[in-house]
Design a protein around this ligand. Sequence first.
Ligand code: CA
Length: 229
Amino acid sequence: MKRILLVEDERQIARMVQAYLSREGYKVEVAFDGEEGWRQFQALAPDLVILDLMLPRLHGLELARLIRGASGVPIIMLTARAEEADRVAGLELGADDYVTKPFSLRELAARVRAVLRRVEGAGSHKVIEAGPLRIDLAAREVRLAGMPVELTPTEFDLLSFFARHPGRVFTRTELLEAIQERSYASLPRTIDSHIKNLRHKIEPDPSQPTYIVTVHGVGYKFQPPREGG
Ligand code: CA
């Protein structure tokens, strides 16, 4: 039975999530503040952590940092809609996914299943494969059908950020935050030129992108090719 540590100070939410995920077949332990979360994390060595960001005693981002320093355990963040900067910081710290409050229990359970499946499939999490695209996060190397692809550091950061969060739509501002390009010159539209360059390097037909897809009026998302497609 997979063990989940839920760190959430709103007791009613915590109890509801615990009850729902228990019925889904997980063993769920709850901590109501960040320090307790850290103690329980060390004691339990859970298979997955669900982490509220606004926590008493120790902020969720601090706890995420501690956990990441100790382990590659998957982390799903619970965030409020207004916490966009924290959400991006959390993803950059290595959180695997997030759910925005208010959320449905069914949605959260689906994310839990998806993240656990992805982690099992990805082994140590250091190499991401998406169709013919292979991204080695540790070596910072990208291969397309076995051939090395030369990317700038910014292009690599952007591509690996996308690939670590397949299917999620990111705004240009979020992507700039993610690649930590905050110079005066970096307006949200600079993302467009990075993406244009990336597409020329990885897309079979850059005018009909299949990996990095434009979501009109919002931003971009990474769409891994379908299995066997
Ligand atoms: Ca909270």
